[in-house]
Design a protein around this ligand. Sequence first.
Ligand SMILES: Nc1ncnc2c1ncn2[C@@H]1O[C@H](COP(=O)(O)OP(=O)(O)OP(=O)(O)O)[C@@H](O)[C@H]1O
Length: 230
Amino acid sequence: MSDIVLDNVTVEYPGGRTAVSELSVRLTERRIAVIGSNGSGKSTFARTLNGLITPTIGAVRVHGLDPVRQAKELRRRVGFVFSNPDTQIIMPTVAEDAAFSLRRRGLSRAEIADRVAAALDRVGLTGYADSPAHSLSGGEKQLLALCAVLIGEPSLVVADEPTAYLDGVNSRRIAGFLLDQMPQQLVLVTHDLRLAARCDVAVRFDGGRLVDQGEPGPVIARYERDQDLA
Ligand SMILES: Nc1ncnc2c1ncn2[C@@H]1O[C@H](COP(=O)(O)OP(=O)(O)OP(=O)(O)O)[C@@H](O)[C@H]1O
């Protein structure tokens, strides 16, 4: 079950700005790129998927779950990665930060240590477990943020411009992990059209509306053409 379904979703922010208008879409692909110009509604759409934002009108179902009525279960199933890795680090050491989402799950210390070791290994941070989290480089911090999300074993990862703060080398590292190594379904909000091109499907927002969707190549080409004409 990897369906992401939005039915006639409108999101209005306090003050009356409509960020997403009458959005109906069903997405089932593993890697979903979300593209569009600044302020077009991409982040708002992404935040409806884990209940960070509740639609003013309409309904969202993510892997069969309602983000409003099944909020707790949904947050376990949907991991969210933000742009700025500094804002995602909560605990003093790398291992403690990686383990944060496992609290209150009734796991033994040994189980937590095993899971942390496996998760750090997956993102290539073995050896950093006892390091202060804030001493990591930007790219390593973003890998830690991903690790902290993946350790909870989500079925969907929503990443909102996860490479925006990173240099070329670290962007490639994060993108390679998200796109090529991670088995989970991915919703990737990005201005990097080369990353969008590597996804299985692209959706494009403009002025709060979903204006195009399909194979990334043609969707990106039409977006670039429209930008050139603007
Ligand atoms: N918390 C908020 N309160 C009021 N308006 C908001 C809020 N967050 C976003 N908006 C507005 O909603 C619209 C869509 O914003 P959103 O962040 O979803 O766009 P975006 O496509 O992700 O933009 P960007 O590419 O610049 O990150 C914009 O006009 C924005 O100003």
